[in-house]
Design a protein. Sequence first.
Length: 455
Amino acid sequence: MALVAGIDLGTSSVRGRVYDERGRQLAEAVRPFATSIPRPGWSEQDPDQWLAGVKDVLSELGDIDALAICGLINTHVLVDPEGETLGSAITWADIRAAEISQEHPAWAPSTAQAKFLWFKKHEPEVLARARWMMLPKDYINYKLTGVIASDYQSARGLVIGERYLTNLPEGLREMLPELLHPDTVIGRKPTVVVGTMDSVAGYYGSGPLDLGTAFNVSGTSDVTGLISSRSVITPGFRSAFPVNTGFIHGGPSSSGGAVFKWATEVFLGGRSFAEVEALARRSTHAHPPIFMPYPNGERAPIWDSSLRSTWLDLTSDHGLPELCLSVLEGLAFAVEIGLSALDRHAPETDPKGPLILSGGGSNNVLLNQLKAALSNRQTLRTLDPQTGVRGAAILAYTAHATNCDLSDASRVLASDTEPVTVDLVDTAIVRQRFERFEDALAVLTPWHDEVRRGH
């Protein structure tokens, strides 16, 4: 019986699983790794920890026939001609290149373009030694197979269709790996495929890839997506990947688990998701404060690194329950901003499929209900929140099975779901508060930009 493995190289850990050809999970292994903050606004990781984590996971999983890795994007490591890394990797959360983005607004601080120009300006001697600028999963694939390659899905913001843009900063194109399809085989014994970005793998693992289905993969960051019949990329997003049933439009927010962790450690006493939810349920105040979940700016669909977190309408009448509720609301509101933008762009003739919630954040009952109250779709949650590793296994499955496409593999390996029932929140009130959030965002966006320029 064939055994396929998926590995999810995330922001804080390596997770791997083995499935058989009937979709049964046979093994799982997890290895955490650290993120360092050497300066305010900086965020770095050690590529050696990625590699050690992946090797440990593979050793624990045992013999396999096929492997695919999904990984975070907009995290980059410079690699020399001998394949050795030149210092730490700069993660997606790092905003040191904000100054570059001010000069080139189309390139957010997390992009390869902005980071390349930052190195060119501040560390030219390091850049001069570099041969490659690589994503985490591409670096790991290289170490496992000796092949340097990437996929067009993970090269978001660098490509049009399946080719690199022609207006990249001079010198960057030569440092980027060859682009292949995610299911392209680059290694044998076991079969290893190129893989894809974590959010796309999360879509694959969340459920049937039907036209009109919307997704929210809630991990360290929140990712939204929608399968649409329209091939033109949704404004504010940077990709529309073809699948059997249409095109997956989507992109990452800067809000999500990392923002929750920051908010609870700084303001909420380091409480867990469960503890924050329990306190939030105790709130009886008619007008809790509004929380803007943007301590380091926002990505899709706003792309504004100058945005900052704010509590609005905070008074001495508010207590810890109201702060907890407002944080959960803010996370849900940021997701709805993305889903609303995707909905507006989709053709009216597309079916209105479900919204599928997955990822670690989908374990929070109140947060799920807030998202469901805002959505005009039936809302489901995956019974298995780890859809990224499932999605990677789906890619491995397509490479190993005969005459099997993504939809076929998804029906075998995607997580089962259950409906989200809204009984803890008032839908009308939640939607009214979301309108206030949108109004506040419209006012604060130019203000934050002006303040940052003043600095």
